[in-house]
Ligand binder design. Structure first.
Ligand code: TZP
Ligand code: MG
Length: 216
């Protein structure tokens, strides 16, 4: 398993402007980077998200710069063209986005590629695809951050999948609160991905420490 990718998945923060209301996304991201997130994915999607491509590119570049300063990988969600354009470190796609084969072809050697799965079958298929660097599995629990979220899979499916000794690192996602983080980590996943556990936190430093298992 690729060590660098595995370590990057430890605490994977995802957000777009639709997730940040009281403070701006760059402000929240800066705090999160400071607190110790290990990866960031810019996901401008769903109700309340920016629609103007110019504004999206501007925001993506701002977030990329913040990540570069903190030496944390920047991943672009779904939009391969924008990822290439701004020089993202990685691209993440779901099952309903641009086909994974095409994503891989366009990403070339420059970017790593992540793929979301929601079922055991999707996971097994993802395992066979060369070039997919990691798999995002979920939603583990019910999430309020994704309008079109699929059915939650629960800890059991994660456990069943990890029991196979998967080749690709897995990051768990969906409804992972500060209180649930330790339980999810016990399944043996390489890391956890969260939106609201960070964006809705009043104390990002504390939230990140708890999510990383470094505080009670
Ligand atoms: N994919 C599956 S669940 C989810 C995404 C993007 C949203 C996760 O957000 P939260 O707030 O951590 O449940
Ligand atoms: Mg989550």
């Amino acid at each position: 398993m690729n060590r660098e990718i595995e370590e990057m998945l430890d605490l994977y923060f995802i957000a777009g402007t639709q997730n940040t209301k009281e403070r701006s996304l760059p402000e929240i991201l800066e705090d999160a980077l400071h607190a110790g997130i290990t990866c960031f994915q810019y996901r401008e999607k769903g109700p309340g998200s920016l629609k103007d491509p110019k504004k999206i590119k501007e925001m993506a570049k701002t977030c990329l710069e913040l990540c570069r300063t903190a030496d944390v990988p920047f991943v672009m969600n779904d939009n391969v063209s924008l990822a290439i354009d701004i020089g993202a470190d990685g691209i993440h796609v779901g099952q309903d986005d641009l086909a994974i084969e095409e994503t891989l072809a366009r990403a070339g050697e420059e970017m790593f590629v992540g793929l979301s799965v929601n079922t055991f079958e999707e996971f097994k298929r993802a395992e066979t695809i060369d070039g997919v660097s990691y798999v995002g599995m979920g939603p583990v629990y019910t999430t309020t951050s994704k309008a079109d979220a699929k059915e939650s899979i629960g800890l059991e499916l994660l456990e069943k999948t990890l029991a196979l000794n998967p080749k690709k690192p897995i990051v768990a996602i969906g409804g992972i609160s500060q209180d649930r983080a330790a339980l999810v980590r016990q399944t043996g996943v390489s890391g956890i991905a969260v939106i609201s556990a960070i964006t809705k936190s009043k104390d990002i430093k504390k939230a990140v420490a708890k999510l990383k298992g470094l505080a009670e």
